[in-house]
Design a protein around this ligand. Structure first.
Ligand SMILES: [Zn+2]
Ligand SMILES: [Zn+2]
Length: 210
């Protein structure tokens, strides 16, 4: 690539730009031919450009290794307490976060939280599917809604919402407020725990969601 480097743009501290076809590394044919030595002559340009690329690649590699080996370690915490004391995390802190920074940890945590949330959503969806399937198999039209719902809560596991409760009672139109009342009744019976004032989520007692 060295001989074919495209015209590059150099930006100076005051914003001035200069276009120059400078050698990027010591493989550039101009490197060995340079005899007119001075500051920033072609051979010096080639060497510094090469060094820069190598340092950058080494730093990137080190960061990748730190991220892989220390994935999930609380290398830094918000209040600075309960930080991981393993050798890797100590090295990461002692090198001022050059290899593993506070923002790396935050990014890692956000990604983990996102994955957990996706899993929770999927689990809720699957529990809803189970409810639908069981309800389709049951078809107990004469039975009271509360008895059918109680049976579903006791056998199916997972979190309950008004939406899911409606699936447990197919073929019956029941107003959301009524479904909420039924779920609250099961909470009163000690089968569910009601969350939030508005009543949007009920979890089984014993944290049965797995
Ligand atoms: Zn030179
Ligand atoms: Zn650690």
């Amino acid at each position: 690539m060295s001989a074919l480097v495209p015209l590059s743009t150099v930006t100076f501290h005051d914003g001035q730009k200069l276009h120059a076809d400078l050698p990027r590394n010591t493989l550039d044919p101009r490197y060995p031919l340079c005899t007119n030595h001075r500051f920033a002559c072609l051979c010096r340009e080639a060497e510094t450009a090469e060094d820069r690329q190598e340092w950058r690649a080494e730093l990137e590699h080190a960061r990748k290794v730190f991220a892989e080996v220390l994935a999930g370690h609380p290398t830094y915490t918000d209040d600075g307490r309960n930080q991981c004391l393993c050798t890797g995390c100590q090295v990461a802190r002692a090198t001022y976060g050059q290899f593993r920074s506070y923002s790396d940890i935050r990014r890692e945590r956000k990604a983990a939280a996102r994955r957990q949330q996706e899993r929770d959503v999927e689990i809720d969806r699957l529990h809803g599917e189970i409810t639908k399937l069981r309800a389709r198999l049951r078809g107990r039209s004469g039975e009271a809604s509360i008895d059918i719902l109680r049976d579903a809560v006791q056998t199916e596991g997972g979190n309950w919402t008004v939406h899911r409760a409606s699936h447990a009672l197919p073929g019956r139109w029941i107003a959301p407020e009524r479904l909420r009342t039924l779920l609250n009744q099961l909470a009163d019976e000690g089968l569910l725990i009601k969350h939030g004032k508005l009543g949007r989520l009920w979890t089984p007692v014993g944290g049965g969601d797995a």
